[in-house]
Design a protein around this ligand. Structure first.
Ligand code: ADP
Ligand code: MG
Length: 329
């Protein structure tokens, strides 16, 4: 990976008075990456994003872009753009004028800036709506306009803070696909803040899991999901059971455990069924095991069971040793 073509965070730190919001994080994001900053509320995602954008001062550490130190540059000189939530559209300006706004600020003439704005509206599938006011658009359409408005400055990095959280679930998935398509088409980096593991897994080339102002784990989504490094990551990313309170903890994916109704040969963990949840393409069975507490087993097909699984039933859990990942303390 060439440091010349990347965003680099070096010991980046943000303090608000006594609160350390971001604690000396190191991270390299190659150009053209879809990166997701993932973590629970308050873990420092937005502070990190705002420092990258230049909307927040850096307490200590550095931000390099293509080897250039941009830590103290004003936002407009960084090659980054922030996609704000839809409510940040100017209500009194037409869609075209909203998108063209930053070009107007730069003194670009009306004809040129409106032509460019219309091109971007085309890119986000909003060409027919240029002359409307923001209030005449649906939430999803406003998001697209906000996206076009951020992209008109031709950033090399687009920063998005929880861009999908205000949308209903159906639209969220549509916009998600759209964001991925746009990032691929434009070939620029997107840095997308989210607390949704599904969103991060679906979108990212590179996931950065944050907890308490630090990076717990980073890497390709598949690696983070398959081999969570810590209990926090395993629990946060979901889809894992945590085992072994006494002799070091392990994570086993919920779909790598089998649930058997009759006692099998060899070792198996006895458990009692506490809940059965049908989720369309799979069934989640929650069981309670004497040594491990509540565990979930995801089964692809109910036809797998010889007889229906019932609450209170005694069952046995098995998994292959190679599917158990040790967790760092
Ligand atoms: P996230 O986006 O992951 O929810 P934030 O970066 O917004 O997290 O916040 C990280 C921590 O910093 C939190 O404890 C939050 O309360 C604190 N914080 C964020 N912004 C400010 C601010 N402007 N002043 C004081 N504390 C702040
Ligand atoms: Mg936030």
């Amino acid at each position: 990976m060439s440091a010349k073509s990347a965003l680099e965070l070096i010991k980046l730190t943000k303090r608000y008075g006594d609160t350390v919001a971001v604690e000396a994080i190191d991270q390299t994001i190659p150009n053209g990456t879809y990166a997701c900053l993932l973590g629970p509320s308050g873990c420092g995602k937005s502070s990190t994003l705002r420092m990258i954008a230049g909307h927040e001062t850096v307490s200590s550490g550095d931000i390099l872009q293509n080897s250039l130190n941009i830590t103290d540059l004003p936002p407009a000189r960084r090659g980054t753009a922030m996609m704000f939530q839809s409510y940040a559209l100017f209500p009194h300006l037409s869609v075209v004028d909203n998108v063209a706004f930053s070009l107007k600020m730069k003194g670009v003439d009306k004809k040129t800036r409106q032509a460019e704005a219309r091109q971007l509206l085309e890119l986000v599938d909003m060409a027919p709506y240029g002359d409307r006011l923001p209030t005449q658009l649906s939430g999803g359409q406003q998001q697209r306009v906000a996206l076009a408005r951020a992209l008109i400055t031709k950033p090399s990095i687009l920063l998005l803070d929880e861009p999908l959280s205000a949308l209903d679930p159906f639209l969220r998935i549509r916009m998600r696909t759209e964001l991925k398509r746009l990032q691929r088409e434009l070939g620029i980096s997107f840095i997308h803040v989210t607390h949704s593991q599904d969103e991060a897994l679906a979108l990212a080339d590179h996931i950065i899991v944050m907890n308490g102002g630090r990076i717990e784990q980073d890497g390709p989504p598949q690696t983070v999901f398959d081999a969570p490094r810590t209990e926090f990551v395993a629990r946060f990313i979901g889809g894992h059971n945590i085992l072994g309170e006494t002799h070091g903890k392990m994570a086993v994916r919920t779909d790598r455990m089998s649930i058997l109704q009759d006692q099998p040969e060899g070792q198996a963990m006895p458990a009692t069924v506490r809940a059965v949840e049908y989720l369309g393409t799979m069934v989640n069975v929650t069981v309670e095991a004497p040594d491990a507490g509540e565990l979930t087993v995801s089964v692809g097909d109910t036809a797998f069971f010889a007889k229906p699984v019932e609450i209170g039933q005694s069952v046995f859990l098995k998994w292959k040793p190679e599917h158990a990942h040790s967790l760092a303390a």
